[in-house]
Design a protein around this ligand. Structure first.
Ligand code: SF4
Length: 519
């Protein structure tokens, strides 16, 4: 099962649950899949759903850090109703916050990739063998202590993994959410802040693995036969070497040969994009990408250890524009060492590409557990003290300060501005970023709204930069921001009315929570 997370995004399917169900069924186990996010279930409704069925061998939770609290609540309710049933957690959250999950009452935590481990665990709970103490990639409580078994190597050949179970397909389609497909896992880059590479490195071995084109197209064809028209390819990085232009052509050819017609959205690195690649990916069915631009300053990109340089970012965005594709440009504006010179470079880049899809100009580097960035902050004494720094509060991200006083004054202003408008950014972007199963004619209205919000943001960002260049401190930039929020309120009232009208026309519902990262 997966409990609902705290998030500003609307619900999407959890492909991890589908993969776990598939490998367990292949091994002869009966599996019930419960997705509390897609089904809109509270923790107590989810626990009731678990307990309404036959007593299971064990109950497994697929978790991020963002649904840890609801997982803990659900697990406690299940435990009180079925005290003898073991409770297991796996996923990014338990892998990087193992001790927190065990302390919260989970019996076993699965660290890293879960398919092989969950089958061995199920056999243990059914037959008593293999014994717990021999299973790789788990941590469990034993007496007063905790046993951390060695990591499990990653699955080398992804074609050996069965296609994911699609128990929740009806819920996904009813929400007009895209269906998820995975063609590869991991990424070969090493961005300092990235939890994905940290997760892949838990098991050792290559940090990027791929499925065959025929296997991927088999899955797309099977989904299309069940009425699926919109697919989000959830690869961490679609086009890692050895994939290249010829791979894109082969994918497009195979999709055409099989007569599969699905609209595809993917995630791609800026330094892997060019006109020819996008032309072939468009032929395969891609209409939209998320691309981690992160920054328009060479010094900031170097701190992040990004492989893409500013020129790659610019060339990629120009290629997306030429290809007529929608692109959600991931951005990280602030980290501990941001300068006003870097902010100027970013203002210029954002203004040049104001048509990209993004959730407001303010973003900051998250210091997530397990990442190289967080380790470096800790090593250099930059982590702030307090419960969040220990990873036990909020969403588990550590806290640090922006060191440069002028950049810190801009940070305070932009963050206050973002808090004031986050809801409308998130609501406007969600149909294109998630993305929803929109027909091509339904997309431009949301895109025009995104651009209008972006342009207002950029005018504000410009004013803040001018203020800090004139020597304004934090109190002065925040006071300026408060006044500007009041002054521009009519614009946001009109924009909110337009967004709600667009939602009604498209038959969409925005039922997400406020952005939890802006605390
Ligand atoms: S390119 Fe993206 S997925 Fe790859 S390491 Fe960097 S942030 Fe992570």
């Amino acid at each position: 099962m997966t409990p609902p997370p705290v998030t500003h995004r609307t619900a999407e399917e959890n492909l991890g649950l589908g993969y776990l169900a598939a490998v367990l069924r292949e091994d002869g186990f009966e599996v019930r899949v419960l997705d509390g996010w897609l089904a809109g279930l509270t923790a107590s409704q989810l626990a009731s759903a678990v307990m309404s069925g036959p007593v299971p061998l064990f109950v497994g939770f697929a978790c991020y850090r963002s649904n840890m609290d609801s997982a803990v609540t659900t697990a406690a309710l299940v435990r009180s109703g079925m005290p003898d049933v073991p409770i297991v957690a796996g996923g990014f959250g338990p892998s990087f916050h193992t001790g927190d999950f065990l302390a919260a009452g989970f019996d076993v935590v699965v660290r890293g990739e879960g398919e092989l481990t969950v089958v061995e665990l199920a056999r243990f709970y059914r037959d008593g063998t293999p014994v717990l103490d021999s299973i790789l990639g788990i941590s469990f409580r034993a007496g007063d202590g905790v046993v951390h078994r060695p990591a499990r190597p990653l699955i080398a050949d992804l074609d050996t993994v069965p296609m994911p179970a699609r128990d929740t397909l009806g819920l996904t389609l009813a929400r007009r959410s895209p269906v998820h497909v995975q063609t590869s896992r991991g990424c070969q880059a090493s961005c300092t802040f990235c939890s994905i590479v940290a997760f892949e490195r838990l098991g050792g071995g290559p940090t990027w693995r791929q499925r065959s084109i025929s296997g991927v197209v088999d899955e797309l064809a099977a989904l299309a036969a069940r009425g699926v028209e919109h697919v989000k390819v959830i690869d961490d990085s679609l086009l890692e070497p050895p994939r290249d232009l010829s791979w894109c052509s082969a994918l497009a050819d195979e999709i055409a040969r099989r007569g599969v017609r699905v609209a595809l959205r993917g995630q791609i690195r800026a330094d892997r994009v060019d006109d020819a690649v996008l032309a072939e990916l468009r032929r395969a069915g891609f209409w939209s990408f998320a691309c981690g631009i992160e920054n328009f300053s060479p010094t900031a990109l170097r701190r992040m250890a990004k492989r893409s340089r500013v020129e790659n970012n610019v060339a990629a965005l120009e290629a997306f524009r030429l290809a007529g594709m929608y692109v959600q440009a991931g951005h990280i504006l602030f980290d501990h060492a941001t300068t006003t010179g870097e902010l100027e470079e970013n203002w210029a880049g954002m203004a040049r590409f104001s048509w990209t899809i993004s959730k407001g100009v303010f973003t900051e580097m998250y210091a997530a557990a397990g990442t190289a960035y967080t380790r470096a902050l800790a090593r250099t004494g930059r982590l702030e003290a307090g419960p969040a720094a220990a990873g036990t509060a909020g969403l588990g991200n550590a806290v640090y300060a922006v060191a440069d006083p002028a950049a810190a004054a801009a940070y305070a202003a932009l963050k206050r501005w973002q808090r004031s408008h986050a809801r409308i950014y998130d609501q406007t972007v969600d149909p294109l970023a998630a993305p929803k199963a929109l027909a091509p004619r339904e997309r431009p209205e949301f895109h025009q709204l995104c651009v209008a919000l972006r342009e207002e943001d950029l005018r504000f960002f410009r004013s803040v930069l001018d203020l800090v260049h004139a020597g304004a401190c934090v109190a002065e930039t925040v006071e300026f921001t408060e006044a500007r929020i009041v002054e521009t309120a009519p614009f946001y009232v009109r924009a909110t009315a337009r967004v709600e009208h667009a939602y009604r026309r498209a038959g969409l519902v925005y039922d997400a929570e406020d952005n939890p990262f802006l605390c």
